[in-house]
Design a binder for this molecule. Structure first.
Ligand code: SF4
Length: 332
């Protein structure tokens, strides 16, 4: 089994059916004991200051880990991935491109998945069998999500972790399943939480290292993680493989994502949403589409390098939570 790096969520069932070990480069970058050193390494290699911190971290961690194959999503993720691929290719890494069609065209997506299966030498049947095996793991992560927003027994950071891991299942599905089962058992026994302000988080996973803990300390835990929840594919498990990746919202237009956030905001009775963007990311432009369309107050929050919240962002979060508290008191 060889490790295959991922730059974002792709049809991981194909890699697992082929006996490969998927490694989400984002996850190993941000959980590294010193992620800032990885960003610095990329800059020493020539990455400009005004490139995204995630891209720099992915680049450096892939090289340090000696990954020699990377699946790079060339459409539907990130405008900077193209140059990332080229710099990795120049360093001797084999690049396997994968593209999500912007308009969710079924035939184009099916052709991409077929190409991907051909590359790894697996059949549709093998991939479907793998998809079936993953379903209980994905469902368990959705149950952990329910413990977060229905019962207040799981923190925003724990919610983030179990769902974000559904991109690669930590490279070992059986171990991850056992870990998630043990966590579920333990968390189910906790007393139900009393949540004053219910926050949602939308956008790419945060590079900020203490965001969840900080909002929790203000009495405003995150009870919805948009992109991480999408990684579980929980809304489309009953469908076929192509439909599953067609209904996954993240790689397509922002309007589908906004509709998903609004559905979840109503279901989870969210008081407000943090729209997180990364410094130098094209997704910052989408903020102007998100703010007027999300059906509750939105705070735009920006992160640059892997580090705790700075004083300015802490103040902005405190003011946002205070405003939401006053709103909920005046609507009583
Ligand atoms: S945060 Fe934006 S620029 Fe950075 S990797 Fe993600 S999509 Fe690309």
């Amino acid at each position: 089994m060889a490790e295959v790096g991922l730059t974002t969520t792709i049809p991981v069932e194909v890699l697992l059916a082929a006996g490969e070990t998927p490694v989400d480069l984002n996850n190993i970058f941000i959980t590294d004991p010193d992620p800032e050193a990885l960003v610095n390494q990329a800059e020493r290699d020539g990455y400009p200051r005004n490139a995204c911190g995630w891209i720099k971290g992915i680049y450096a961690v892939a090289l340090r880990r000696g990954i020699n194959k990377v699946v790079a999503v060339t459409q539907g993720d990130c405008s900077q991935t193209h140059a990332l691929m080229e710099t990795l290719q120049a360093a001797g890494v084999e690049i396997i491109p994968f593209a999500y069609p912007y308009d969710r065209d079924r035939q184009l997506l099916a052709a991409q998945i077929q190409r991907f299966m051909d590359y790894f030498g697996v059949t549709r049947q093998q991939v479907e069998e793998t998809r079936e095996k993953l379903k209980p793991v994905r469902q368990l992560c959705a149950q952990i999500d329910e413990l977060t927003w229905k019962e207040g027994k799981v923190t925003g950071a724990e919610n983030h972790y179990y769902q974000v891991c559904c991109s690669d299942f930590n490279g070992d599905v059986a171990s991850f399943y056992t870990e998630a089962q043990q966590f579920y058992q333990e968390a189910s026994q906790r007393p139900a939480g009393n949540v004053a302000v219910r926050l949602g988080f939308m956008g790419v996973p945060p590079i900020i290292t203490d965001l969840y803990e900080f909002t929790e300390s203000l009495g405003a835990p995150v009870v919805f993680n948009e992109t991480q929840r999408q990684f579980t594919m929980i809304d489309s498990l009953g469908e076929d493989l192509v439909t599953q990746y067609q209904r996954y919202t993240y790689p397509y237009d922002v309007f589908g994502r906004i509709a998903d956030v609004n559905r979840q905001a109503e279901l989870r009775r969210l008081d407000g949403v943090i729209h997180y963007t990364q410094t130098f990311c094209f997704r910052q432009i989408e903020d102007l589409l998100i703010k007027p369309r999300v059906n509750c107050p939105v705070l735009s929050l920006e992160g640059d390098r892997p580090a705790p919240l700075d004083a300015r962002n802490k103040l902005r979060l405190e003011a946002f939570v205070e405003m939401l508290q006053m709103r909920s008191v005046s609507s009583m």
